[in-house]
Design a protein around this ligand. Structure first.
Ligand code: SAM
Ligand code: GLN
Length: 295
C-alpha cells in the first residue's frame, strides 16, 4: 500500500545516512547507505538514482534509521540484509557463517576448470568442500558443473543449516550432501577412500595475531570460521595430511591460503607422501591465494 505522508526525499535520506555512517567510522558510508535503503524499499540500487525526489513514508524512514543504527555498530551490511553475492549467485547469510569473500572465487574458478578436464575420466565426479559455511563453494561447484556429487562438511550445525538453505535456493540440493564433523572425519566409514576427485577448502587460516587486528566488521563474524590456531596453519596442515587417502588417482586438493602462507605450505605438502605436484595460484595483486596439490 502506498505510504500516505512522505517526510524526506531519497536524496536527503541518503545524505543523512552517509553522514551517520561516516561518523561511525565506516569508509564505505555512502555505498552502505544506498544498499541499506534499497533493501528497505525492496528496490535495486539504481532506482535510488532514478528517483532522488521520491518521498519516504514514515515507516520506511523509521525502518531505515533502525538498520543504519545496526550498521553503525559495525555489523556487516550482509548480516543486515541477510544476503551476499558470490560467483554471481545470491547466497543467504547470517551471523553463523562467514560472509563469502571475492578472493574465494579464485578457488572456485581454479577448481571448476580442473574438474571440467577430469570429468571426462572420473565417473562419478565426487567433490568435497571442507568447512562449507554458507555453502558458498559447494553450491557454486554444483551449480557450474552439472554431473557432480558434492559433499559439504562443517563443524557447525548452525552453518550447515544455512548451507542447506542455499543449496535448496539454487536447486542443487539433490546433488549435495551435508555432513557435520571435524575436517575430513565425516568422510570416514563411507567407502570414500580413493574415490574423491577434489577436496576443496577455505578453512579458518588467520593467526591469533591477525585476528586481533581485523576490522570491526570481521570481528562480528564467527571466530571459529576465521582462526586456524596460533599461526593460522592448523587446519591447512591437517587437510593436506589427510586428503591423499581419500583422493582418486589424478585427483587434487585445492585450498585457499593466507597471504604469507604459500612457502610454508608448499614445503609441507611436498613432504606429505602421495602428492606428485604442488603449485600455487596468485590473485590479481600477485598474492599466492590458492594452493593445489595433485595426487
Ligand atoms: N567455505 C565458506 C566460504 O568460503 O565462504 C566458509 C569458510 S570459513 C573461512 C571456515 C568454515 O570452517 C566455517 O564455516 C567454520 O565453521 C568451519 N570450521 C571451523 N573448524 C572446523 C573443523 N574443525 N571442521 C570442519 N569445519 C570447521
Ligand atoms: N579472508 C578472510 C579474512 O581476511 C579470512 C578467511 C579465512 O580464514 N579463511 O577475513
Amino acid at each position: 500500500m502506498a505510504e500516505p505522508i512522505g517526510i524526506i526525499t531519497i536524496k536527503d535520506a541518503l545524505s543523512e545516512a552517509t553522514q551517520r555512517l561516516h561518523e561511525a567510522g565506516i569508509e564505505s558510508a555512502r555505498l552502505d547507505g544506498e544498499v541499506l535503503l534499497a533493501y528497505i524499499l525492496k528496490v535495486k540500487r539504481e532506482y535510488l538514482y532514478a528517483h532522488p525526489e521520491r518521498l519516504l513514508g514514515f515507516n520506511e524512514y523509521e525502518e531505515y534509521q533502525a538498520v543504519l543504527e545496526r550498521r553503525a555498530t559495525r555489523l556487516p551490511v550482509s548480516y543486515i540484509t541477510g544476503s551476499k553475492e558470490f560467483m554471481s549467485l545470491d547466497y543467504i547469510v547470517n551471523e553463523h557463517v562467514l560472509i563469502p569473500r571475492p578472493e574465494t572465487e579464485i578457488l572456485v574458478e581454479e577448481t571448476v576448470s580442473r574438474l571440467e578436464v577430469l570429468r571426462r575420466v572420473h565417473d562419478p565426479l565426487i567433490v568435497v568442500d571442507i568447512g562449507t559455511g554458507s555453502g558458498a563453494i559447494a553450491v557454486a561447484i554444483a551449480w557450474f558443473l552439472e554431473a557432480v556429487d558434492v559433499i559439504g562438511t562443517d563443524i557447525s550445525c548452525d552453518a550447515l543449516a544455512v548451507a542447506k538453505k542455499n543449496a535448496e535456493k539454487h536447486k542443487v540440493d539433490d546433488r549435495i550432501r551435508f555432513l557435520q564433523g571435524d575436517l575430513l572425519s565425516p568422510l570416514n566409514g563411507k567407502g570414500l577412500e580413493h574415490r574423491i576427485t577434489a577436496i576443496v577448502s577455505n578453512p579458518p587460516y588467520l593467526s591469533g595475531r591477525a585476528m586481533a587486528e581485523v576490522p570491526p566488521e570481521v570481528a562480528k563474524e564467527p571466530k571459529a570460521a576465521l582462526v586456524g590456531g596460533e599461526q593460522g596453519l592448523n587446519f591447512l596442515f591437517v587437510i593436506l595430511e589427510d586428503a591423499p587417502r581419500f583422493l582418486a588417482p589424478g585427483g587434487f586438493v585445492a585450498l585457499e591460503i593466507g597471504y604469507d602462507q604459500a612457502k610454508t605450505l608448499t614445503g609441507f605438502a611436498k613432504d606429505v607422501p602421495g602428492y606428485t605436484k604442488v603449485t600455487t595460484v596468485p590473485d590479481l595483486a600477485g598474492i599466492e591465494r590458492v594452493l593445489i596439490a595433485n595426487i
